[in-house]
Design a protein around this ligand. Structure first.
Ligand SMILES: CC(C)(COP(=O)(O)OP(=O)(O)OC[C@H]1O[C@@H](n2cnc3c(N)ncnc32)[C@H](O)[C@@H]1OP(=O)(O)O)[C@@H](O)C(=O)NCCC(=O)NCCS
Length: 185
């Protein structure tokens, strides 16, 4: 992989999270701490502050992109220049699998406007079109109805149900397993 992509949508610019964006991620996480906490994996306790966590996340994202392991987009609003959503394609596996995982969130103030769908669709087009991956997997807690609706609208199909699959907010939670196959492969 070479120069990180910058993708334009109607309302946002998607760019791969890198150290120079850590302040945008910090502001996003500060604004949305209560909104995101129930749905997100427990964060590492190695970071003394949220600022440390954002700097490390940005460094990991840049390295992950350079290594071909992940493409972690932040979506920046074209008008306000603030981060409004995250869309992460991680654990990229090549060989006969050609697959990755998708994770996402949109800021509380931006929910219900189709913004997440716009951002994830652009990210998927890149992952299927440019990276040529075959399968994107995305999981959600059974109670996360908004996430389920989003995935259905993007063509994801339910593939299964896994008990005590992921540690979310400190608890092992069941997950509904979903995937979208690249229509071109
Ligand atoms: C899950 C999450 C991303 C869903 O966000 P969302 O705002 O519902 O998704 P979208 O931005 O695609 O918006 C879809 C809604 O906008 C509406 N909408 C309004 N204008 C629209 C437009 N121009 N285009 C498309 N949809 C539009 C849709 O009808 C839909 O409404 P509905 O939820 O009443 O059916 C969000 O709730 C979130 O970030 N939650 C916290 C983190 C989280 O759960 N992450 C996922 C873990 S699996």
């Amino acid at each position: 992989m070479t120069v990180p992509p910058s993708l334009e949508t109607a309302r946002c610019i998607l760019t791969v999270l890198r150290p120079e964006h850590a302040h945008l991620l910090l502001a996003y996480r500060q604004r949305n701490a209560t909104h995101l906490a129930p749905w997100e994996p427990t964060r590492s306790t190695e970071d003394a502050t949220l600022q440390d966590a954002c700097q490390r996340a940005a460094a990991r994202s840049a390295q992950g992109y350079a290594d071909g392991d992940s493409v972690q987009f932040i979506a920046v609003d074209r008008q306000t220049q603030t981060m409004v959503a995250a869309c992460n394609f991680t654990n990229i596996v090549r060989g006969p699998f050609q697959a990755c995982y998708l994770g996402y969130s949109v800021g509380q103030d931006s929910q219900g406007q189709g913004l997440m769908r716009e951002v994830v669709q652009a990210g998927m087009d890149y992952v299927f079109g440019t990276l040529g991956l075959h399968r994107i997997m995305a999981n959600h807690m059974p109670s996360n109805v908004r996430s389920e609706r989003l995935l259905r609208s993007l063509g994801f199909e339910r593939e299964g149900y896994a008990r005590a699959y992921l540690q979310i907010a400190g608890h092992w939670e069941d997950m509904v397993l979903n995937a979208r196959i690249n229509p071109q492969s």
